[in-house]
Design a protein around this ligand. Sequence first.
Ligand code: CUA
Length: 345
Amino acid sequence: MFLVGAVASAIGIAIGLAIDWFPVEATEQASEVDFLYDVTLVIAVPIFVLVMTVAIYSVLRFRVSDDDESDGAPIHGNSRLEVIWVAVPTIIVVALAAYAWIGLLALEEEGQNPLRVKVIGQQFAWKYEYPAEAGMPAKQTTDLVLPVNRPVQFELNTEDVIHSFWVPAFRLKQDIVPGITTAMRLTPNRLGAFPVVCAELCGIGHSTMRQTVRVVDATRYTSWRGEPPSPALSAGAPGTDSADGKRLFEGTGCAGCHSLSAAGEAAATGPPLGGLDAIAAARAPGVSVEQYIRESIVDPTKVVAPGYSPEGMPQNYREQLSPRELEALVSYLSAVSKESGGKPQ
Ligand code: CUA
């Protein structure tokens, strides 16, 4: 039995360690998290194998035979066995807890000169605020851009319900809870773009609450900080052309829920936004398509597309968008809607 268990454990551990469970490691902290995972795996696999081996062996070896109707030998406790099966798991659990605690303290250590970034979760998009520093003005944006090899301290808040900020490649995840500020520290050490995911069921658009973080070198970071803030969040951003409207569409979270082939978006939480002139004519006769779009953004409960819930749409775009941004978005959506020839997408 122990030979079978030992062989099965060795195979199980080998397979467990050989499988590539996770995406690339993109922070200094990631390797510690992955090593902790491997340690847990090396301990857990033999325990699983031991329990299953004893259970399967006992079922086969001590099965009742057809002609034997006795209850089996009376067994009354075995102090030595009981002490062992309490002591061994206790030692394993305490040792793992101590190791994980030490690891957690190391993960949460404040780095040198950290970049402080505020993360704001809302149904169903992420926003970020960078403080003014080193001659660079404060910046509000929907893009998360981090300089490589510099410690980052995130301060996390929500505008509505509980969300959870998760970058799998960073190996760290933190809940965002209404009324308190939570924190997360890490040091990105790999250039590239990595998914940002909401990991807390937060409403109808939860699965679309995904954006991207870009880790760039210091020069690119500085030049990005110098660019004007994302138009979605700066009051009175200039221009009302359709390029601005497109950036707003992608930057304010519209694209997280609505499909629009002109923008290459295919989300399906909210109604598709193709062929709006025909839709406006059918649902709100006598109202121009521009007016229909405008009202649908600032007052989503007024006319609700059949089969969709008005609760899925944020109710606060009137406050979030400046009048010019609202008009840019309206003119963009009405323009691309006409280009698409009135065919719903
Ligand atoms: Cu936010 Cu799920």
